[in-house]
Design a protein around this ligand. Sequence first.
Ligand SMILES: [Cu+2]
Length: 522
Amino acid sequence: MRISSPFRILPLVVLATIAALVAACGGDPTPTPTRAPQATSTPTATAAPAATATPTRAADPVATATPTVAPIADPTAEPTTGSLVTLVAHQTLGNVLADGAGNVLYLYTRDERETSNCSGGCLTAWPPLMTDGTPQAGDGVNADRLGVIQAPDGKSQVTYNGWPLYYYANDAAPGEATGQDRGDVWYVVSAFGGPIFTAALVNLSTDGPLGAHLVDNSGRVQYLYTRDEKSVSNCSGNCALSWPPLLSVDAPTAGEGVTGDRLSTTVRADGSKQVTYNGWPLYYYAKDVKPGDTVGQDRGDVWYLLGPDGGPIQTSAAVTLSASAMYGDILTTVGGRSIYLYTRDEPLVTNCSGGCARSWPPILTVDAPTAGEGVDGTLLGVISRGDGSKQVTYNGWPLYLYANDEKPGDVVGQARGEVWYVLNAAGEMVVEAIPQPVASSIANFSLQDLTIAVGETVRWTNSDSAPHTATSGAPGALSGVWDSDDLTQGQSYDFAFTEAGVFPYFCTIHPSMTATVTVTAP
Ligand SMILES: [Cu+2]
């Protein structure tokens, strides 16, 4: 072991001085007596050349030969100030927590929140980051998430976001992270206060009352955030400290029951890669104490466990009604995601499983579903799926989301294969889209010539800062069919054309602006 535990609890000022020495002579970062022979090839090994060459260094008691360093490395040495936790850029692992000298810190997945389960030989190999006084946060580290726990000897170990922090004894120099992945339980720590995996393993757990759900390799549950978009995290800052993203440097891997081709990553703003499943970025909840905890479930009605099909598991799924520009009032989740039925289903029977269910995740609930405003609660029901999960039904239709809907309001799944449709409040499938107006921009003092069909509506929108009108007829010869009156910037006017014909129109404010709407018969 190149770095002894006692050395690790040296006062920061000493660490910094030693670090400066090391930087100066290019030698080993830990000039303890046992390692003096490695420090240089000259016979005067114990004298750091750079340190003694300059008078100012010589005046520094720490900068003199090793014998004076030895007492500082005494096992009983106590730190005199709060330890610094900062962020360093590791070549392959990205931004990782480190101490003030750049020595990489680790978390132990067998620990629990604010509790160390490392003792005996474990502590020899993984010396805890101790502190005397309040730990200090460096750049990129959130001071509010730093804490301390009491070790059996009464000393204080630093924690970040609940994780006790450790060194790895075999790391020889600042920036080294040779402890990464050790025993599949030791990992470097992200700025979000969670592990950074080299290749994250996503498993399925059937423990607990919520049914089969995704977990990491230690059994810690994973959550999705309904405010995220497909493969885009909308959780950063304090959100990402409360919900640390599941990070993986390389491609994540799938355990049994998890579909590997649904696993991917999304790059976060800081360059770290967050694991996604079926497009949902995955997160821990920082207040989950140990594997299997589901404290985060239902938080704010936006955080949920994920089922193996890659959709949320709601404790009590709520179905509500949202206005869709294309399809009127349709059934959605509380978060506004469109809900679909599958015409190949039978009343209260799902015929969508396997790959179908991963493209169309069933709306799962543990308890009875609830009806939002405008939804008839008596039409809500639940059926059991083959995997034991419970799917919400409405008017007998099993309900689904569509994995390729990227955000609330999307209806990408509508009419897919002519078997998937959104539903109205009565629980009937909605096939016909509400006709959308033909958009016509008034811009740069110019009106557009348009060709439309009978029955279509034109929506003129003024993009200029000057006011305009869209008025039927010609200057001095108004036809009286339509008149938008003055439209200021951003204002719109709709007119539905019910007859075929050629309709000249112009701007009454700027009569040189003229154009034609041609309406063709069906
Ligand atoms: Cu005008």
